[in-house]
Write a protein that binds this ligand. Structure first.
Ligand code: BGP
Length: 482
């Protein structure tokens, strides 16, 4: 890859890092912030989902409440990002800082001011903010009173929030995303997924699949409206979709395995189909009819979807998965295709069982390009691992460097040989933060170590890992020196 003949990342390539407000800001009740859904989730135990509480905030461990206190410490952190040479920084705006309850008429000025200061600090160093509007959070009040995204009224609350922040930051932010990993809720049987994406807790007897399709519809309509509003406010805005990209392979060359993998991909990526193509895919129209879901989808909604396609495709990439056909498969494929994964014997896995597949990134980029024909932005990628802070305050994370190097190589091959128009690359959790899946600190992704652990120790001091110096060199050489 060092061969300059094949090398083609352009000089404006957006190297950076990615985080989400609720996973690092802390200050959960400061300066008028309301309670968000992330604030009522406790830490999970190993292998056990985080607990969703009823919002009575006593006596439990709520990791997001302090997180790494980025809210107060961000000037120091942005300075470290600048030292690595970041060209961009992906974070999200905590909706509940702007509209503490979600249904007020007027925004909270202190919340708006915080992001003004944060973005100004980034821009001072030449770092472009890349902003997700809703990254696994919304004001908890909207869950309590309206039931989250099961309710059509959410479209109005979300677009009001989007309009306010688009107006406010129109000269500071160019790249936006509407919903983080909007397609995660195809895992609707995990209470966690439906709650973090949509603020929905299914009641006894309710069909979570129907709820997912209804919430997904309102969200894609809200996303399309936000794209339109954003472009009216600033025609230069680039507003993207953001999906969790996990390519699903057939376990073998058996035609039944191949077909099952194809169905699994359809099921997992319908959200992006709607956000990019402005229409539902044919299989899904049929599936929803066959199941008599009786969804609230109006003709006016379908027009909105058509008129608000996204400008680029943002995606996270951590792993691939595989499926195998079985005797009990039905002619109509549904949820289970997307989830009954089999182990891929050719791949190693992280300590959390995520199968590591650098070439899968190039495969994913090709698949996405053929399907959507849009510029791509890799807005998350990385290795969650347990790091050791040595006595001399160093952290030797060669495993993380190996993971990132191999993925960057594949990304560069996709640009050099497959014609992919790639805008940028922002590895996940560029500074250690609270894990979304586990609520734990000890699953770390960062180039910067934060001295805080799950046993209760916390100085919040920041230390540079070996990967910090490595990534700095990668950016300096525009990806040539890996
Ligand atoms: C993605 C989320 C992030 C982040 C990441 C790593 O799904 O968009 O918020 O947390 O995964 O996951 P985890 O924190 O569970 O290791």
């Amino acid at each position: 890859m060092e061969n300059s003949k094949t090398f083609s990342l352009n000089d404006h390539f957006l190297w950076g890092g990615a985080v989400a407000a609720h996973q690092l800001e802390g200050a959960w009740n400061v300066d008028g912030k309301g309670i968000s859904i992330a604030d009522v989730m406790t830490q999970g135990a190993n292998g056990v989902e985080r607990k969703i509480t009823d919002g009575v905030l006593d006596g439990e461990n709520y990791p997001n409440h302090e997180a790494i206190d980025f809210y107060h410490l961000y000037p120091e952190d942005i300075k470290l990002f600048a030292e690595m040479g970041f060209k961009c920084f992906r974070t999200s705006i905590a909706w509940s800082r702007i509209f503490p309850q979600g249904d007020e008429d007027l925004p909270n000025e202190a919340g708006l001011k915080f992001y003004d200061d944060l973005f100004d600090t980034c821009l001072k160093y030449g770092i472009k903010p890349v902003i997700t509007l809703s990254h696994f959070e919304m004001p908890y009040h909207l869950v309590q009173v309206y039931g989250g995204w099961r309710n059509r009224k959410m479209i109005g609350f979300f677009t009001k929030f989007a309009r306010v922040v688009f107006e406010r930051y129109k000269d500071k932010v160019e790249y936006w995303m509407t919903f983080n990993e909007i397609n995660n809720q195809t895992s609707y049987d995990m209470t966690f997924s439906l709650f973090t994406n949509s603020g929905i807790l299914a009641k006894t007897g309710e069909d979570p699949e129907k709820l997912m399709y209804q919430a997904g519809h309102y969200e894609t309509v809200a996303s399309a409206l936000a794209v339109q509003i954003g472009h009216q406010i600033n025609p230069n805005f680039k507003i993207g979709a953001m999906i969790a990209m996990i390519p699903i392979y057939p376990a073998s060359s058996k035609p039944a395995d191949i077909f099952k993998a194809e169905k699994a991909m359809q099921i997992r990526y319908w959200f992006a189909d709607v956000q990019v193509n402005g229409r539902y895919p044919d299989w899904l129209v049929k599936y929803q009819q066959n199941h008599h879901f009786d969804l609230d989808i109006t003709l006016a909604d379908l027009d909105v979807l058509k008129s608000g396609p996204v400008d680029y495709l943002g995606f996270s990439y951590y792993m691939s998965a595989s499926v195998a056909a079985s005797e009990s498969d039905e002619p109509e494929y549904g949820y289970k295709e997307n989830h009954k994964f089999v182990k891929n014997p050719y791949l190693a896995a992280s300590d959390w069982g995520w199968q590591i597949d650098p070439q899968g990134l190039r495969y994913a980029m090709n698949w996405l390009n053929d399907r959507y024909h849009l510029p791509q932005f890799i807005v998350e990628n990385g290795l969650g691992a347990i790091d050791q802070l040595e006595d001399d305050q160093t952290i030797h994370d060669a495993y993380r460097i190996d993971y990132l190097r191999e993925h960057i190589r594949q990304m560069e091959l996709a640009v050099a040989y497959d014609g992919i128009n790639l805008i940028g690359y922002t590895p996940w959790g560029c500074i250690d933060l609270v894990s979304a899946g586990t609520g734990q600190m000890d699953k770390r992704y960062g180039f910067i170590y934060v001295d805080k652990n799950d046993a209760g120790h916390s100085t919040l001091k920041r230390y540079k890992k070996d990967s910090f110096y490595w990534y700095k060199k990668v950016i300096q050489s525009n990806g040539r020196d890996l």
